[in-house]
Design a protein around this ligand. Structure first.
Ligand code: SAM
Length: 248
């Protein structure tokens, strides 16, 4: 049979497409893409002319069957998403599962992912971390999810979009406490790349005050709950209690 290559593409800067990714995209019989218009632009930039097949959440199961038949017949295919690594908060898992179940070799062509890029510059413990992907869109579900994570000791990583970053930060302050250290990695590898850190309340206030900080794509990292964090909160409370004895 042929192989299915799972190919990472840039998360902004086109210079991040690897030579092997390019070579693979040129060589396969067809490229399965989340949004064919978006991928066609990327391919045009690199002079790749290969047939595109649309693969999104809604048609993945039925299309996977046909694609596996092509793979078994000897064609090699590539899978890409709009940006970064397929299957990471992106479609592809059903196709990969079907290909593996059919005994088709599935091979990664690794490269950019916003998750790893953000973790690599946040300066937070990264030996262990939890990737939570996108938070629920509805406020109640989002708050429940966050409060369930309040005791998590590993670094927490979330994906967020421009129109929800403000709400997400406000809910994170409520769930994790104003003083929990956090980092926002925005527009990584792009013109307006910005990495902000501070307490959750600092970040919430800065994003609320500056509309420019609400534009683009975001990764939100929250420091895990730890003895350190808890001890600092307790210290702060003790100090406040002492000071407030002297307040009118
Ligand atoms: N598969 C992609 C990856 O490997 O990173 C993620 C796809 S997910 C649908 C899109 C989300 O990834 C955005 O909403 C944002 O949270 C994050 N993201 C993608 N590109 C980014 C960038 N350049 N800077 C910051 N976050 C980014």
């Amino acid at each position: 049979s042929g192989s299915l290559f799972v190919v990472a593409t840039p998360i902004g800067n086109l210079g991040d497409l690897s030579p092997r990714a390019l070579e693979t995209l040129k060589r396969v019989a067809a490229i399965c893409a989340e949004d064919t218009r978006h991928t066609r632009q990327l391919l045009a930039h690199f002079g790749v002319e290969r047939p595109l097949i649309a693969l999104h959440e809604h048609n993945e199961d039925e299309i996977a069957e046909r694609l596996v038949a092509r793979l078994l017949a000897g064609e090699s295919l590539a899978l890409v998403s709009d940006a970064g690594t397929p299957l990471v908060s992106d479609p592809g898992f059903r196709l990969v599962r079907a290909a593996r179940a059919a005994g088709v070799p599935v091979s990664p062509v690794p490269g950019p992912s916003a998750l790893i890029a953000a973790l690599s510059v946040a300066g937070m413990p990264s030996d262990r971390f939890v990737f939570e992907g996108f938070l629920p869109a509805k406020a109640t579900a989002r708050r429940e999810r966050l409060s369930a994570l309040a005791g998590e000791t590993r670094t927490l990583v979330f994906y967020e979009s421009a129109h929800r970053i403000e709400d997400a930060l406000a809910d994170a302050v409520a769930a994790f406490g104003a003083q929990r250290p956090a980092t926002i990695a925005r527009e990584l590898t792009k013109l307006f790349e910005t990495v902000l850190d501070g307490t959750l309340e600092d970040l919430r206030a800065r994003v609320a005050a500056d509309p420019n900080q609400r534009k683009g794509e975001f990764v939100l990292l929250v420091h895990g709950a730890g003895e350190d964090a808890d001890a600092k909160v307790a210290d702060g409370r003790r100090l406040y209690a002492k000071l407030s004895e002297h307040l009118p």
